[in-house]
Structure formats: C-alpha cells, structure tokens
Design a protein around this ligand. Structure first.
Ligand code: AHR
Length: 521
C-alpha cells in the first residue's frame, strides 16, 4: 500500500505507448453565442484583418497551440444548410438556428472559415448535417470543399472565388445524434444506417477523407454502449473514428470528485475502446477504431446553464454559456489532458470545446481586448511541450475514495519523449489537498529536469473579466527552473543497471508540467 504522502513514478525512454497524434490538441468553433461573431470574427475591430477576423484572437489561438478546429457545430450543424453560408454576402439570408434559438446572419460560412484556418495554420475538421439533412447535402459539401473543377459544387466554389480545393481531411458524420435535444435526433439504427450511406457517398467524392461516427453524448446517456455497438456495426467499413463527448463540473461542493474528473474520463475511454474492439472481434477483424474526443472540457452545464429550450430567441451574437473559469478548473483541465495523453494509442483526435467565448480558454470583449482564462495555461503548455511518443509510466500512488467515482488515484501522470532529441515532457496532477512527495525513478536512464509550470487550485469564485484572469494567472500559475543533471545513483536499477532518482514536491491540488531530457544511461 503506497504511502499517501509519496508517489513513485518510474519511467524509461524505451517503455512507450505509441506516437502522439498532434490532432489531440484540437479545439472547436461553433455558430453558438459569441464563438464566431465578436469571437473569431469582428469586422471593424482594431486588430481585425481585411477579412474581418480578429488578430488578437489569432495570436492567442497560436499561443494556445490548437492544431485543428472543429466547425460549424455542435448542435448547430444539425439544422444548418451550408449552401446558405456561401456565395456573395449580399445574397445570403439570415436563418433561425433552432439549436440555440439564435438568428444566424450567415456572414461567416464554409469559405470564410476554411480560409481563416489556412491563414492561421490550423487544420479544419468539418461536420455535416445528419439531423435535418442527409446523403446528398453531405456529399455535395465534400465536393464543394475538395472537388476539382468540372462538377457542379466544385464549380460553385470556384465561382465564389476559390480555385484550389481546400483538401479538408477530417469529417464528422453529424453531431450527438443520440441526444433527444438534437434537431433530427435518431435512434442508433436509423443514425447508423444514415451515417454509413452518407459516409459512403462522401468517400466516393473524396476517398482520402477520414470519417467520424457519432458516439454517445456522454457516458450517462441511457443508450451508452449499445449506441456505439449498433452504430459501429452499421458503419464498420466506412468510418475511422468514433466520437466521445464529455463535460465535467463541480456539483454540490464535491471538490474531490471534481478533481478526479480525469478518472471518469479514463473509464469512459476504456469502455468505448472495449465496445469498439468487441465489434471488431465479432467480425474477426483486426480493424481498430480510434477515438475522436471531439468535445471535452469543464462546463458548469447543470449549475449555470438554463438549457437550450429555455433560451429566448435572440440575435446579434448573444452571450450564451460564457463560463468563467477558476484555477481549480485549470487544474482539472490539466488532469483531463493527462488522461488524453495516456490514451494516445487510441485517441486520434481531441477538441477542447470550445475556442473563444463559449466555454472557452479565450474570451473577447466586442470592440475591446481578448484575454486568457485560467484553463488556457495547461492546454498551451501541454500542446507546446508534449511531442514524439507517449511513455508507458508506472505510477505508484495511494487512492482516495470519492462520492462520484469511488476509488481514484491521488496522483496521475503522463509523459512524452521525442526519440530524436530525448526531450521529455512530464505532466503530473496532485488531486490531494496535501502536498505530495514525488519520487522520479529512472532505472537505467539519465533524467535531467529543466523547468516546470505549476498550476495550483484556488478557493475564490471565478469573476468575469481580464483583471480577474490576470490575477488568477499571477497567483496560481508559476514557472520555475529545475537545475541540471541529477546523475546516476546506482544500486536500484533493473538487472543491476544504474538508477537515477529525483525527488520533487507537488503542491496541494496542483497540475505541474515538467520539461527536461531522458536518455538511456
Ligand atoms: O459545446 C456546446 C454543445 O455541447 C455542442 O453544441 C453540443 O454538441 C454539446 O452538447
């Protein structure tokens, strides 16, 4: 039984789980609230480019390190006619989006978004409407985006001013189709059949695309498990990924359960992987579906959101679900990233939902500044330092019992190594309200720690505004140097090899990202 105050972490550069797909650091922009209008797009803003996209948001998006952006929804996509958002602006007409009961002006559509991605150096991940529409509209959109000249939809793109195909690789077959709130919600059979036929047609237009089938909207859905089994059965030969969505929040002041959200995410991933592998096994197939965790975050959904049905009909980019985050939320986001990294062998894509204003790491004020929420910091640091391959760590830590998730580890960790340079990125969460001694054992290897970024949780309510965000960052996010090479102390290694150890102290309720090098001794 490990000592509750000490965690021992053993790592070796040769023990690896698999390559890290950088699409794990994706994000999401939906036509929802102020994500698009006065979020990424605000013509006339002091920093906007000639296309109307805010330069301050582009700069922060680059600093965040987002690699892909999912678009245009979300629930929005399930009642969206993409044709309404292309062509001359003066001919585009507003429509009433029923998902968020908001008037969508159609000023930004497919071309504006894809060109914004190109300018920002981000890969787009597009979703097609399988709520109110189907095979024909989905295939037409792929042709509009990726088709060569000489056919109807590709020629429309060219007529709209874009000659070169965009080459969009990643496509979601609808969004959360298991959810009764979804416009055009379906049961697993109906959705699975439609997704298979839409995917087949989309691939006939462009065989190089990757397709994501909708999994469950959360592990709490009554249909969870059976939904994945039925949908993957129908779409087996067509799709590459199955989606997962999960949002976490602190409820009834149960801080310990909230801090252990990463374990809930961990179990969710394991259950989806098990279900997907069972579908393959039953067919005696070696096919391994990967996961597109295309919505994840902290979201005070139950405690702060009125529900989409209760929203009044609004226009002009209303402020919807603009959660303000605390340093505690940032620690949980860091820990959720630890879970994602540890499943990098099966998670091919992940998207922090969302990018700007709507449950987002970046907030803007119309005509004013853009700033970072506390959750920005763990994401940016992980995206900047994790690279290469994910290590298979051994973490010996005590457990604690939580009301929501039962027994959970007190300390979690993930690490990556760049085999070419030995660059090590190590991420550790201490969920305990007490400090932890972390013993790093590297039998047969030499560890050098260079620096660390530490996020510590707070107790104060989060307050909207750039000043509050800056003060949280000042008090709860700190970087520090960790001097040099710790050498090899011998004696403890595997098979008589030398062992290096290093001891560091983890702050209570903290997430720490270390960088350094790890190489065979
Ligand atoms: O990200 C906000 C919403 O959460 C998305 O539109 C939907 O897919 C999910 O329920």
């Amino acid at each position: 039984m490990p000592n509750p105050g000490t965690t021992t972490l053993t790592l070796h550069p040769d023990f690896r789980r698999g390559a890290l797909d950088r699409r794990l650091f994706g994000s999401f922009v939906e036509h929802l609230g102020r994500a698009v209008y006065t979020g990424v797009y605000e013509p006339g803003h002091a920093t906007s480019d000639e296309h109307g996209f805010r330069g301050d948001v582009v700069d922060l998006t680059r600093e965040l390190g987002a690699t892909i952006v999912r678009y245009p929804g979300g629930n929005f996509v399930s009642n969206y006619r993409w044709e309404d958002g292309v062509g001359p602006r003066e001919q585009r007409t507003p429509f009433l989006d029923l998902a968020w009961r908001t008037v969508e002006p159609n000023d930004v559509g497919t071309d504006e978004f894809l060109q914004y991605c190109e300018r920002t150096g981000i890969e787009p991940m597009m979703a097609v409407n399988l709520g109110t529409r189907g095979v024909e509209a989905a295939a037409a959109l792929v042709e509009y985006c990726n088709g060569e000249a000489g056919t109807r939809w590709a020629d429309l793109r060219i007529a709209n001013g874009r000659t070169e195909p965009y080459g969009v690789r990643l496509w979601c077959l609808g969004n959360e189709m298991d959810g009764p709130w979804q416009i055009g919600h379906k049961d697993a059979d109906a959705y699975g059949r439609l997704a298979a036929e839409a995917g087949k047609a989309m691939r006939l237009v462009d065989p190089t695309i990757e397709l994501v089938a909708c999994g469950s909207s959360s592990m709490q859905m009554d249909t969870f498990g059976e939904w994945e089994r039925v949908v993957l059965g129908h779409t087996f030969d067509v799709v590459d990924h199955i989606s997962m969505h999960a949002y976490y929040e602190e409820t009834d002041g149960d801080r310990a359960s909230f801090l252990a959200s990463g374990t809930a995410m961990d179990r969710f991933v394991e259950r989806v992987v098990a279900t997907a592998d069972a579908v393959s096994a039953q067919r005696r197939s070696d096919k391994r579906f990967t996961i597109s965790f295309d919505e994840w975050n902290v979201w005070y959904l139950q405690s702060r959101f009125v529900g989409e049905k209760n929203l009044p009909i609004q226009r002009d980019a209303p402020r919807i679900i603009e959660d303000v985050y605390s340093a505690l939320d940032a620690v949980v986001v860091g820990d959720l990233l630890v879970t994602l990294l540890n499943h990098a062998d099966r998670i091919g894509v992940a998207c922090l939902a969302q990018l700007v204003n709507v449950i987002a790491p970046i907030i803007t004020e119309p005509g004013g500044p853009a700033w970072k929420q506390p959750t920005f910091h763990p994401f940016a640091r992980t995206a900047a330092t994790a690279r290469g391959e994910v290590l298979d760590l051994r973490v010996d830590t005590a457990t604690t019992t939580t009301a929501a998730h039962g027994d959970v580890p007190l300390v979690t960790a993930a690490a990556t190594i760049d085999p070419a340079t030995g660059h090590l990125a190590l991420f550790v969460t201490n969920r305990s309200p007490e400090p932890q001694t972390l013993v790093l054992r590297t039998p047969g290897a030499r560890l050098t720690l260079v620096d660390a970024l530490e996020v510590t949780a707070d107790d104060v309510p989060a307050v909207a505004g750039p000043e509050h965000a800056a003060s949280v960052a000042e008090k709860h996010v700190r970087t520090f140097e960790l001097g040099g090479d710790d050498g090899v102390d011998g004696g403890e290694g595997v098979g008589g090899e030398p062992a290096a150890t290093r001891t560091v102290t983890l702050a209570p309720e903290s997430w720490t990202a270390f960088t350094g090098t790890l190489a065979r001794a």
